[in-house]
Design a protein around this ligand. Structure first.
Ligand SMILES: NC(=O)c1ccc[n+]([C@@H]2O[C@H](COP(=O)([O-])OP(=O)(O)OC[C@H]3O[C@@H](n4cnc5c(N)ncnc54)[C@H](OP(=O)(O)O)[C@@H]3O)[C@@H](O)[C@H]2O)c1
Length: 325
């Protein structure tokens, strides 16, 4: 038997329960990982609350973890029993001692990346990789607005943008978070719970506004984010921390300056093993060089996953949170 967190109905963190299960044997093309550390991400809350529907119920939760391969199914050639590995994509069920998933979603960890760092950063780091290097290929010299700059994804984005020579203006909800974003390399911060973001962006950029806005807050910031863009700028809407953006009239993009908009996801970029490995190579190199350091600010036992989610959802966390099986 092994333990996992599951939920049989959607709702608050009280729906999460720790249960004993018989771990699935890996089938064709699958591997089973004995997790040493599990990543906590906002997407886990979207599944728990039902914003994103789980494929079946009761459902496991979590898509990110790191550990040692303890069983390999038929047809798997690039991963062996005993390999140190990490993963950041579905199926749901990473909140567990043993997780079985497609081998194509699993990468070997280089020696310089420990399990906790991998679990704390793989999903968030690969997200920053595609956001800054693929969705818009930043060259250096651009000015960008990045919401929730002291969070898990935001902390990595501040450091990566700095290393590219990009001026990242980070939004945050407190002075403590502003200090953290600045320490991570943000060029400026705006407290969006107190300041007028559009006015501050205008001031900071001498009226030029931003080349790209990265918005994971969603509902609360959508329209203000569009107002922070230059003509023909790119709006990257990549999350729903405050609720999903809906009911958009496409004409608003014309009214606000012939803007571009995209709604990307990690699965949309790391959609083949080759692409996943290429993105990992670049992300791991950022860790190895020291240009990106992973701040594991919060650790919880696996059994306290609900408590960890409550802290993330109520904006109490900074950096990354991991769960320890
Ligand atoms: N599309 C993708 O591929 C992808 C991949 C990874 C993550 N994401 C998205 O990126 C975002 C960050 O993920 P994360 O796991 O690193 O979380 P996080 O940034 O550590 O936590 C979310 C942060 O969002 C801010 N926020 C603003 N309004 C909020 C609200 N109403 N409720 C809760 N938080 C609010 C808070 O920062 P302040 O207190 O400073 O406002 C909070 O700390 C999430 O929206 C997530 O869904 C998307």
């Amino acid at each position: 038997m092994s333990q996992r967190i599951q939920f049989a109905r959607t709702g608050g963190s009280e729906v999460l329960e720790l249960v004993d299960v018989t771990p699935a044997e890996p089938g064709q093309g699958e591997v089973r990982v004995a997790n040493k550390a599990v990543g906590l991400n906002f997407i886990d809350i979207y599944f728990r609350t039902g914003l994103y529907p789980a494929p079946s119920m009761p459902s496991g939760l979590g898509t990110e973890g790191a550990g040692v391969v303890d069983a390999v199914g038929e047809g798997v050639t690039h991963i062996q029993v005993g390999d140190r590995v990490a993963y950041a994509q579905g199926p749901l069920g990473a909140y567990s001692e043993l997780h079985t998933l497609p081998a194509a979603k699993v990468v070997k960890l280089p020696d310089f990346v420990d399990f906790e760092t991998a679990a704390a950063s793989m999903l968030k780091g690969l997200t920053v990789q595609y956001l800054l290097r693929q969705t818009y290929e930043l060259q250096g010299g651009e000015t960008i607005l990045f919401h929730a700059a002291a969070g898990g994804v935001g902390s990595i984005a501040c450091q990566w943008a700095k290393s590219l020579g990009v001026k990242l203006i980070g939004t945050v909800s407190s002075q403590e978070k502003a200090d953290l974003a600045m320490a991570n390399g943000a060029w400026a911060t705006i407290n969006y719970s107190e300041e007028n973001v559009v006015d501050r962006v205008r001031e900071l950029t001498n009226g030029d506004m931003c080349d790209v806005v990265y918005d994971s807050v969603g509902k609360d910031t959508w329209e203000m984010s569009l107002d922070c863009l230059k003509p023909r700028g790119l709006m990257v809407s990549f999350g729903n921390a405050s609720g999903p953006v809906d009911g958009v009239n496409i004409g608003i993009l014309n009214q606000k300056g012939a803007l571009y908009v995209t709604r990307p996801s990690l699965n949309g970029y790391a959609d083949t093993r080759e692409r996943l490995e290429k993105m990992c190579e670049e992300f791991f190199a950022m860790i190895e060089s020291g240009k990106v350091k992973i701040d594991i600010a919060n650790r919880y036992p696996l059994a306290e996953a609900g408590k960890a989610q409550d802290a993330l959802q109520s904006r109490k966390t900074t950096g990354s949170t991991i769960l320890l099986p």
